[in-house]
Design a protein around this ligand. Structure first.
Ligand code: SAH
Ligand code: SF4
Ligand code: F3S
Length: 470
């Protein structure tokens, strides 16, 4: 397959780093160490992008703060997946007018998926004039160049051209966590589900070279990371565009071969591309966590067809049965959309049937939100908001009951968990994750942080498990 994407050359990334060093010389002469605030909305892909933005900022000499009053530069990394996400961002950006009035030298930057939408970029241009820099996911690699221009000249910068997308290696990162890490293995999406904005704002599918991914994971393991999530919108189509094609299962095996005690997770998988080979690889690779996020979105074949998901529910259930026969204790999760245009309550009930059959450990449930420019946004949508909400509530009630039963089955068992954080709830000392990623609130010695430990499960509710270090 021809590679439609541009690889940003090493020389171009080097030039960005040199610009960071130039900026660092300037910021080094300021009276106080300059601080930056990076605020992230949306999915793990955005979290991973924000780690790169922080990496660049650190190299420019910035420290970090959560206080907009203290920040010399504010970066808001936005999400466009649903209307609610966009409204929240616009509200927060609007409020920064006052902060900027008090600190006129402050630079306000908006980036991410939402500003890659033409109508949003235009709205920011016209109505949010206190925003200095607007750049989409395609332009992230040249963030230093844009900051350099803003610091040396006056004016605003918009870098939101519509592109197929690029790959840049060698951007520094400042990670938010010392135990769990995200590793992007590919960018973009080719699927064009009819409700979804992602392919429009993130460009076409493009895979990082396997050697770059393996080197990054080796580095993380050497730094002591214990839980590594491979990221992509549809990881099952990894490698199709590489000069020497390699599939996701082969990549998973290669990551599994890296020495060390760590867990491998991945997301997201698309059912149409999830193969028997993937399930076998998961079963065989001891570091691959026994968990699969396999979104089915809706339980009715007519709706799946209009969503352009390109599989039927029978295909989906056959894959789940195959997977369960290979990994009986597999933890399953899914995304579901309620109220897709034209979905009747009877069709919605097919979604409930899938829940009863598969018995997911957890679900991420959404009410359909029309996105400008997607095919579904112009489909007939006669069902009232109240009716959609009633269906949504039936779905969550059913799942709550299933989650509670599944969690209760852990009580009395001892499970090897990764202790991943100190508890923010004073009744517990730590939080931990089962291999299937269920949250456990734990009583025990805080020195266990960052280690794999046996946890005796003593209680459960629909959200989490409770236990003590064994
Ligand atoms: N690539 C992933 C999902 C990315 S978006 C996949 O294909 O599964 C995460 C979830 O948001 C989707 O799975 C879907 O359930 C939901 N979503 C996407 N667009 C939406 C919309 N317009 N309205 C409501 N939910 C949406
Ligand atoms: Fe969106 Fe579908 Fe691509 Fe997922 S696979 S990002 S839902 S278009
Ligand atoms: Fe949102 Fe973009 Fe992720 S739209 S869900 S941040 S890919």
């Amino acid at each position: 397959m021809e590679r439609k994407t541009t690889q940003i050359s090493q020389a171009e990334v080097e030039r960005q780093l040199t610009l960071c060093d130039d900026i660092c010389r300037v910021t080094g002469q300021w009276a106080d160490k300059p601080l930056a605030l990076v605020d992230t909305y949306g999915c793990q892909q955005n979290e991973a992008d924000s780690e790169r933005i922080r990496g660049y900022l650190e190299r420019m000499g910035f420290g970090f703060t959560d206080d907009p009053e203290q920040a010399r530069i504010i970066v808001i990394n936005t999400c466009a997946i649903r209307e609610h996400a966009e409204q929240r961002v616009l509200g927060n950006v609007g409020a920064l007018v006052h902060t900027k009035r008090r600190h006129p030298e402050q630079l306000i930057c908006l980036c991410g998926c939402m500003v890659q939408e033409k109508h949003v970029a235009e709205k920011i241009r016209q109505s949010y004039r206190h925003v200095d820099l607007v750049f989409g996911p395609h332009a992230l690699w040249k963030f230093p160049e844009m900051v350099h221009t803003l610091l040396t000249q006056r004016g605003r910068i918009f870098s939101v051209a519509d592109e197929a997308g690029s790959i840049a290696e060698g951007i520094p990162t400042v990670r938010q966590d010392g135990i769990k890490a995200w590793v992007s293995i590919m960018y973009g999406c080719n699927n064009f589900c009819t409700y979804c904005i992602v392919p429009y704002v993130r460009g076409r599918e493009r895979s990082r070279a396997p050697e770059d991914i393996l080197e990054e994971v080796r580095g993380l393991v050497a730094q002591g990371y214990k839980d590594i999530t491979l990221l992509g919108q549809n990881v099952n189509s990894y490698g199709k565009d590489l000069p020497e094609p390699m599939d996701f299962s082969d990549l998973l095996s290669a990551v599994n071969d890296i020495p060390g005690e760590f867990l491998i997770r991945f997301m997201t998988s698309h059912p149409k591309d999830a193969t028997h080979k993937l399930f076998e690889t998961m079963a065989r690779c001891e570091k691959v966590a026994p968990v699969l996020h396999l979104p089915f979105q809706a339980g009715n074949d007519r709706i799946l067809k209009v969503m352009n998901r390109r599989h039927t529910i029978a295909d989906y259930l056959a894959k789940i049965r195959d997977l369960k026969s290979l990994i009986p204790d597999i933890v399953l999760t899914s995304d579901i959309i309620v109220g897709f245009p034209g979905e009747t309550t009877q069709e919605f009930e097919d979604t409930l049937k899938v829940l009863e059959e598969v018995r997911y450990d957890a679900l991420f449930t959404f009410i359909y939100s029309p996105r400008v420019g997607t095919p579904a946004a112009s489909m007939d949508d006669p069902m009232s908001r109240e009716e959609k909400l009633a269906n949504f509530n039936r779905l969550t009630a059913l799942q709550d009951a299933i989650s509670e039963e599944k969690h209760a089955a852990y009580i009395g068992k001892t499970v090897r968990c990764l202790v991943d954080a100190l508890s923010d709830d004073s009744r517990y000392d730590l939080t931990a994750r089962t291999p299937g990623n269920r949250l456990v609130r734990v009583v025990g010695d805080k020195s266990a942080l960052g280690q794999f430990k046996d946890v005796k499960i003593t209680g459960a509710n629909k959200w989490s498990l409770f236990g003590e270090l064994a």
